[in-house]
Design a protein around this ligand. Structure first.
Ligand code: BJ8
Length: 425
């Protein structure tokens, strides 16, 4: 029998009525989008279970750990913020980006409406007291990436203490130096908050745990390169999305178990679609739970998504942190190097991203790319100019889709994606 989470939510000051309404909507959409898929891997049952109780079990688990160990719960919004340090100092990192339009009216009471939906959504979840994830955090960590996020921290800080890491926007030596210093400063912040001192062993352990998670996700994405694909894009996306919420070591174990199953499927030639189904690769802005819009359109139109070059995809796990240094300084260098290998369009120039996309598209045997831009995200929108040129030169068809979290444009997106798939088939 499902546990009644209302006492838990009440203790966190959540708006119970609206939280019920939001989860009720999710409870209708999820079976439609997910459970109706044929031939899903058995290993997805675990991820279904986590999603069904997304505002319940993960929250209770974090609070239990906090009570047991005094762990700081730290809310983050970007993959440049090093989870390894939070873990090394006994903390629990949790991603807080928003993927639903449900909270827009709350954000609109204090922010302009014409901003990126990802930001508008999480601000709304905070303002409306709709997210137990936000409410159980001791503090938040923002970062200087895009302009909209940068200015949002000043507003969020009025509602919940928000620490900001200054991320450089270039990758020259001077920028690397700044970022190394910022990581060291963040260690000090975490030491102060946790009352603990960083040690080489603890930092190595944090790095090892996050690397293990990245390796597991990479295995999953490697399996998706097979023809026919052994798992739907929607399922793989869900796993990537849950990487920001679920207990890290159990999550890693479950992704590895799922990957075992997928590798067996690949050996046996078992797929979730026909061999000749159009294979699409997504590149662009993050797709935060429950934003399954593009994947659902592709896969309910006969295609399959075989990879995502996003922060809820390969940008999250593609590179590992070097575990070998034996000093804290050496490990900070390793963390800085790894994070600066992420190719976010907030950086200039960012040409490595283009190369990375081309390599993944070819390796994934994708027939074309959907370049996905969240409305008002100027960095990814403008970067499309160079990306499109490079993809065309490489002979890779591309379709750009700019959208937000509403349903109004689903019909039009479906028409465009179907026409694209016909053209590349
Ligand atoms: S590393 S993509 S998580 S900054 S989509 S809020 S950029 S206007 S989320 Fe991001 Fe870190 Fe980069 Fe990834 Fe702004 Fe664009 Fe919105 Fe964005």
């Amino acid at each position: 029998m499902a546990v009644d989470r209302h006492p838990l939510w009440k203790s966190l000051g959540i708006d119970l009525e609206r939280n019920d309404e939001f989860l009720g909507m999710l409870g209708v959409v999820y079976p439609e989008v997910y459970l109706s898929q044929p031939n899903r891997p058995k290993g997805m049952a675990y991820f279904d279970e986590v999603t069904f109780d997304i505002h319940g079990a993960p929250i209770q688990e974090m609070l239990d750990e906090k009570e047991r160990t005094g762990a700081q719960i730290v809310g983050t919004f970007c993959i440049y913020v090093p989870d390894e340090i939070i873990l090394a100092l006994g903390g629990i990192p949790v991603g807080l980006c928003g993927g639903s339009a449900y909270s827009f009216p709350d954000a609109d009471t204090m922010m302009p409406r014409n901003i990126c939906p990802l930001i508008r959504s999480y601000v709304g979840f905070k303002v409306g007291k709709l997210s137990p994830f936000f409410e159980c955090c001791d503090f938040l960590v923002g970062e200087t990436t895009c302009d909209a996020k940068k200015k949002t921290w000043e507003i969020l800080d009025d509602l919940q203490p928000t620490y900001v890491m200054e991320l450089p926007q270039r990758k020259d030596e001077i920028d690397r130096g700044l970022w190394r210093e910022e990581i060291a400063r963040f260690i000090e912040k975490m030491e102060e908050a946790s009352g603990k001192k960083i040690t080489v062993d603890a930092l190595k352990d944090g790095i090892r745990r996050v690397n293990a998670k990245r390796r597991a996700l990479k295995r999953l994405y490697e399996a998706r390169k097979a023809v026919p694909a052994p798992i739907s894009g929607k399922d793989a996306l869900l796993v990537s999305q849950l990487a920001f919420y679920d207990q890290i070591d159990r999550f890693t174990e479950k992704v590895n178990a799922l990957s075992d199953e997928l590798e067996a499927r690949v050996r046996d030639g078992v797929g979730v679609v026909a061999k000749d189904a159009p294979r699409l690769f997504i590149s662009g802005t993050p797709q935060v739970i429950p934003n399954w819009k593009i994947h659902h359109v592709v896969e309910s139109s006969g295609g399959i998504v075989v990879g995502e070059e996003t922060c809820t995809g390969i940008r999250y796990f593609n590179d590992l942190v070097d575990e070998s240094p034996d000093t804290v300084d050496g490990l900070i260098d390793a963390l800085a190097s790894r994070s600066l290998s992420i190719n976010c369009s907030c950086f200039t120039p960012n040409d490595d991203r283009i190369q990375q996309v081309i390599e993944w598209v070819k390796a994934s045997r994708a027939d074309g790319v959907i370049y996905y831009v969240l409305q008002f995200c100027h960095a990814y929108n403008v970067e499309y100019v160079k990306m499109e040129r490079a993809l065309r030169e490489a002979g890779i068809p591309v379709l750009k889709i700019e959208s937000d979290y509403g349903d109004e444009d689903v019909g039009q997106i479906k028409t465009r994606i179907e026409a694209f798939m016909e053209q590349i088939a």
